[in-house]
Ligand binder design. Structure first.
Ligand code: ASP
Length: 315
């Protein structure tokens, strides 16, 4: 199926923010906004995905993403299966492609994939007949995270254009950072990256962002500080001398946040390393922290993505 270039997002897959245009992003944000309202009602069900099957295939751990795709599918009336990787044939050595082709034979409509290899979701999309959603592929992209972050920001600022957003922390290992940089710059925000040189890709300055190694400078005048987790599981060797030293220079605490614009808001995709990249005092302060709202937005945004993909496919 070829990609449609209409104003609304219809798929055929959701593999990354790269490749989406501004109007497609706006169509997803508008649709998700309606699902936020639905999710706040007592009766949260719609039947847009009645008769459709969604399979969650997570090769890496997940709390928020997997459970929100599951809830999103169920709230829209789909049959949802979570593949238990530990007890499946994958644990016996079955390859990614063999697993996907097997699942494809069960005729799912939507396949949500998380894998440690960049490009895994794109590869699968070539082997199966259903819509593939990338729920994180290595350090490459995590498109629904960036979309839910944009939804959260839009609820607070109305428009993303002109916002100054500092993305701080382990950028080099972060698919969240990559998807957010593409989406935020597409929507007209000014993005700053801040990290020690060991946690920034050398090509970062070519991404249309400002690069900082000093957090105190990076935060001056920012509307939003997006903090990233130190992804130790993706580090071959130590990229920072110690967690304590890292927190001193790059951990977001009140003193550093005070350098941002008055009323600046804080985001984190989770899971958090408290006392490493963010101080609990900030993470738990409802006046500045959007972290729980990001989780709420996540369900609504995944509903919007699933509904749009299902509608984009022929009956
Ligand atoms: N949950 C996000 C991801 O899977 C962020 C993180 O793990 O730090 O990429």
């Amino acid at each position: 199926m070829s990609k449609s270039y209409s104003d609304t997002f219809t798929g055929p897959h959701m593999l990354g923010i790269a490749g989406l245009n501004r109007l497609e992003v706006i169509s997803l944000l508008d649709r998700a906004e309606q699902f936020v309202a639905l999710n706040r009602q007592r009766k949260k069900h719609q039947d847009l995905l009645n008769g459709r099957t969604l399979i969650n295939l997570f090769f890496e751990p997940s709390t928020r993403t997997q459970s929100s795709f599951e809830l999103a599918g169920k709230r829209l009336g789909a049959d949802v299966i979570n593949m238990a990787i530990q007890t499946s044939s994958i644990a016996k050595g079955e390859t990614l492609i063999d697993t996907a082709v097997t699942l494809n034979a069960m005729r799912p409509d939507l396949l949500v994939v998380r894998h440690s290899a960049s490009g895994a979701a794109a590869l699968l999309s070539q082997k199966v007949d259903c819509a593939v959603i990338n729920a994180g592929d290595g350090a490459h992209e995590h498109p629904t995270q960036a979309l839910l972050d944009a939804l959260t920001l839009r609820a607070h600022f109305g428009d993303l254009s002109g916002l100054k957003i500092a993305i701080c922390g382990d950028v080099v290992h972060s698919r969240v950072a990559r998807s957010n940089i593409i989406l935020l710059t597409l929507m007209g925000a000014q993005v700053r990256l801040c990290a020690p040189p060991t946690l920034l890709p050398t090509k970062a300055s070519a991404w249309g962002v400002e690069v900082f190694h000093d957090m105190k400078q990076a935060l001056v005048g920012c509307d939003v500080v997006m903090v990233l987790r130190l992804q130790k599981e993706r580090m071959n060797s130590a990229c920072v001398p110690s967690s304590r030293e890292y927190f001193h220079y790059f951990g977001l605490d009140r003193e550093k946040l005070n350098l941002a614009k008055k009323g600046a808001l804080v985001m984190h995709p989770g899971p958090m390393n408290r006392g490493v990249e963010i101080d609990s005092e900030i993470a738990d302060d409802p006046n500045v922290s959007l972290i729980n709202e990001q989780v709420e937005s996540g369900v609504a945004m995944r509903m919007a993505v699933l509904a749009s993909l299902a509608e984009g496919r022929h009956e």
